[in-house]
Ligand binder design. Structure first.
Ligand code: GLU
Length: 305
C-alpha cells in the first residue's frame, strides 16, 4: 500500500476543516500554538516511516502521557491497581467530579484525569522523589530519544490553573485512594502532561503497543502480552473521554488523545500512528486529528474490525 500517497490525500482532504474547532484554553500556555498546524506520522513494525505536515513541531502531549504512566505502573502492579482505578468507559468529560463522588473516589478508568492521577500516585509509591525523572526516562527509552523534555511554562500554567485537578485529588484523598502527598502527586501529573514531543516521536514511542508489548527497534519487552492487550483495549473503549464511542465508531482503532491536539492510534501487528492538529472538538479531542484517522482507516481498510 502506498502510505505516503494516502497521507497526501488526507492532508488535502482535511484542509477545509482546519478552520473548525477551538484551541484548548483552560490554561493560557496552551493557546500559544499555531492553530492551523497539521502533522501525521506512521511507523511500521519493520521500521518504515511515513510523514506529512509539520512532523518536527513539538507539542504538549497532555493526556497521551496517561498511556505511558499506566504502562509504567502496570509493569509493577496488576490486580492491586485495578482495585483503585476501573476499566469502564466514563461517559463523562475528562475532568468530571460528579461520577467520582458517586463511586467512592474510584475513577472509572486510567485515561480520565482522576484515573491518571491515581496511576501517578501509584508510581510515587515506587519511585518516591525520583518519579517524574523515571517517567521521562521511560518515555525517552521507548522513543529511543534522550532529548525529550517537559515545558516549564506549560507546567507552571497547569499548576496555576489546576483547580479542577486539585479538587479531584482532594476528593480521592478523602476516600483514601491517594497514598502520597497531594502536592507532589499533582506536580508530577502536571509535569507529565507538559512533556513536549512531535508526531514522529510519539508514533515511535507507541510502537510497542502494536507489537504485543515488545519494542521493535530493540526487541525489548516493555510490557507482557496480556498487559499490552489490556492497554490497547482501554484505549479503544476509554481513550477519548465521553467521545470514546464516537472515535471507535469512526476510526475503529485503539487511540488516545490529549488536549494539546495530539492523537495516537495503534494498528495491531502493523504500525503506530500519531496525528497533530491543535483545534479541538466539543469533547476536547483534536477535530482534524479525528477526521484524519477516520480517513486513514477508511482508505486503507486498516481498522481492527
Ligand atoms: N492537563 C490536562 C488536564 O489535566 C490533561 C487533559 C487532556 O489532555 O485531556 O486537565
Amino acid at each position: 500500500m502506498d502510505y505516503q500517497n494516502i497521507l497526501e490525500e488526507i492532508q488535502n482532504e482535511i484542509q477545509g476543516s482546519l478552520k473548525k474547532g477551538k484551541l484548548a484554553n483552560y490554561i493560557p500556555a496552551l493557546e500559544k500554538v499555531n492553530a492551523d498546524d497539521f502533522a501525521m506520522s506512521l511507523v511500521t513494525l519493520d521500521n518504515k516511516h511515513y510523514n506529512i505536515g509539520c512532523t518536527e513541531q513539538k507539542f504538549s502531549i497532555q493526556s497521551i502521557s496517561k498511556v505511558f504512566t499506566f504502562t509504567l505502573a502496570l509493569k509493577r502492579y496488576s490486580k492491586e491497581l485495578y482495585k483503585r482505578v476501573g476499566h469502564e468507559p466514563s461517559g463523562d468529560p475528562f475532568n468530571s467530579l460528579a461520577q467520582l463522588e458517586y463511586e467512592n473516589g474510584i475513577p472509572r478508568n486510567p485515561f480520565i484525569n482522576a484515573g491518571a492521577i491515581v496511576t501517578t500516585d501509584s508510581l510515587l509509591s515506587i519511585y518516591k522523589n525520583n518519579t517524574f525523572e523515571q517517567i521521562l526516562k521511560f518515555i525517552q527509552k521507548i522513543s529511543n530519544n534522550n532529548s525529550i523534555e517537559y515545558n516549564e511554562e506549560i507546567f507552571k500554567s497547569e499548576l496555576n490553573h489546576g483547580f479542577r485537578n486539585i479538587a479531584l485529588i482532594n476528593l480521592m484523598k478523602s476516600f483514601k485512594n491517594i497514598n502520597n502527598n497531594t502536592d507532589k502527586v499533582i506536580e508530577t501529573y502536571f509535569k507529565q502532561c507538559s512533556i513536549m514531543m512531535n508526531t514522529k516521536e510519539l508514533a515511535q514511542a507507541m510502537l510497542f503497543l502494536a507489537n504485543h508489548g515488545i519494542n521493535p527497534p530493540t526487541n525489548e519487552v516493555i510490557i507482557n502480552e496480556l498487559k499490552a492487550k489490556r492497554i490497547n483495549s482501554l484505549m479503544l473503549t476509554c481513550g477519548h473521554y465521553d467521545a470514546s464511542g464516537d472515535f471507535a465508531y469512526r476510526v475503529g482503532l485503539p487511540g488516545k488523545s490529549g488536549v494539546g491536539g495530539g492523537i495516537v492510534a495503534i494498528i495491531p501487528k502493523k504500525m503506530a500512528i500519531c496525528v497533530y492538529s491543535p483545534k479541538l472538538n466539543a469533547y476536547g479531542n483534536s477535530l482534524v486529528g479525528t477526521r484524519a484517522l477516520e480517513l486513514f482507516s477508511t482508505k486503507t481498510g486498516l481498522s481492527i474490525f
